[in-house]
Design a binder for this molecule. Structure first.
Ligand code: PLP
Length: 366
């Protein structure tokens, strides 16, 4: 069956390369690869299989269901669950060899009532104010956790709120608190195998927060978490979004284009209709400054992006029905960095990749 419409190319070779670049950067430390939310829209099963081949030490998803999907697909690696512990699913987690997030005193109670034994990483809140034991309760928590025989304390961790920003004072303070937590643990002779608190931003901005494991996500997918991190790693975007031209029309100067007539042509020109819209994942606010690329030429998006289509000004170029333009990523037509889009629309690269809809055909390139 032929397919004509938006396409998402997932380049697994680039994923492997990005992974190996990270390995080179962090040397002998372990990597926990974040593959939650369908691997940030890249396909959790394909991404996990690729990273497993590359030798990843741990995978991390958000929900138990995401982890079970990976197990059913044959993924054998350790899998960590980021979400709040679900007391009703501890058995299931153990049966699937999953590692739990232990982030509150209630979690300890749940585990105390569990008759089996399960691996857990203890989470400390050092400033994110999301999940995690408050810093001032850390010592008490560690003491209690140590006594729970069903719990194997495999990891100790925390999460940064601002590690990808230019001003690192808040993150540095979080790191100080986490180091204090590690002191408490040492004192109590709790020897966890893995200590981790670095996401992509911290890996680059705060190398002394790497401990013996990093929790990488966005870097593996080939984008920097923000423009405020060193960008020396030559990572490449794993996801590339293309869409076909479905119509080319001549229009006169003064023609209004798309909903609201928000764009008016300045002179006689040619407009191409592209089959991809915000339902497919083209960020709608991008129409104000946005463009697509065709043979390295920028073609301005004209007027509001519709649900399924958008229009571009192709001027005199001879783009024709069926030609594919680049929406973002990198291919023969050039490169559009999702961080450039993110910056222009006051969003983030994370939002852009995870907003790709279900309609574009996903093509995994090995
Ligand atoms: C707890 C936790 N650790 C690590 C990551 C990975 O972050 P990044 O994609 O910035 O590397 C995430 C992602 O949101 C996360 O929630």
């Amino acid at each position: 069956m032929s397919y004509f419409g938006p396409k998402i190319f997932i380049d697994l070779k680039r994923l492997s390369n990005n992974y190996q670049l990270l390995v080179k950067e962090i040397k002998d430390l372990s990597i926990m690869a974040t593959v939650k939310a369908n691997a940030y829209g890249h396909g959790a099963i394909e991404v996990s299989k690729t990273l497993e081949k590359e030798g990843v030490r741990y995978l991390a998803v958000f929900t138990i269901d995401e982890a079970i999907e990976l197990r059913k697909a044959g993924i054998k690696s350790d899998i960590f669950i980021y979400s709040k512990m679900d007391p009703k699913r501890i058995d299931e987690a153990q049966k699937n060899n999953l590692t739990l997030n232990v982030s509150s005193f209630e979690d300890l109670k749940t585990l105390d009532n569990f008759s089996g034994r399960i691996k857990g990483h203890l989470k400390f809140d050092t400033g994110m104010t999301r999940l995690g034991v408050p810093f001032d309760k850390a010592e008490e928590f560690l003491k209690k956790a140590k006594k729970i025989s069903s719990l194997e304390i495999e990891g100790l961790y925390s999460h940064f709120a601002t590690a990808d920003e230019g001003d690192l004072s808040y993150a540095t303070n979080q790191l100080k608190k986490f180091n204090k937590v590690l002191d408490f643990a040492n004192h109590l002779k709790i020897k966890a195998k893995f200590i981790h608190c670095s996401n992509s931003g911290a890996i680059l901005n705060l190398p002394n927060s790497r401990f013996n494991m990093v929790r990488a996500g966005m870097l593996l997918y080939g984008a920097f978490p923000s423009d405020d991190v060193p960008q020396d790693l030559s990572i490449e975007p794993v996801m590339t979004f293309t869409a076909p031209v479905v119509e080319v029309r001549d229009v006169k100067k003064g023609t209004l284009i798309s909903y609201g007539g928000a764009y008016e042509t300045k002179k006689d020109t040619k407009i191409a209709v592209i089959q991809a819209g915000f339902a497919d994942g083209v960020p709608r606010p991008w129409y104000i400054n946005g463009y697509v690329l065709f043979k390295n030429q920028k073609m301005k998006i004209t007027g509001r992006i519709c649900m399924d289509q958008l229009m571009i000004d192709i001027k005199n170029s001879n783009i024709a029905y069926g030609d594919e333009v680049l929406i973002f990523g990198s291919n023969d037509n050039g490169t559009i960095d999702i961080n450039e889009i993110a910056e222009k629309i006051d969003s983030t690269s994370y939002v852009i990749v995870t907003s790709v809809g279900i309609r574009p055909k996903r093509i995994h390139k090995k």
